[in-house]
Design a binder for this molecule. Structure first.
Ligand SMILES: [Zn+2]
Length: 78
């Protein structure tokens, strides 16, 4: 009986190791664990050049991207 329990425990450990390996593989392939959250397009502010996600940027004239409304008001850097 004890041998059966030991075998069962071993099977659980192997299963956990197997599923753990399968889960950790995609992030390891990209080299970045946070890449699993999904690719996010990065844009740079036309005023100060700061990089930020496209979803957080403010769109200005001519499709230019800014980091904030203030920089959109100032306009692109010359
Ligand atoms: Zn800016």
């Amino acid at each position: 009986m004890a041998k059966l329990l030991l075998l069962l425990a071993l099977a659980v450990i192997v299963a956990m190791w197997w599923f753990g390996k399968g889960r950790s593989r995609p992030p390891a392939a990209t080299g970045r664990p946070d890449a699993a959250a999904g690719p996010q397009a990065m844009v740079s502010c036309a005023q100060c050049g700061m990089h930020l996600p496209a979803s957080e940027s403010v769109e200005g004239e001519g499709g230019r991207r800014y980091c904030c409304a203030e920089h959109r008001r100032v306009g692109p850097a010359r």
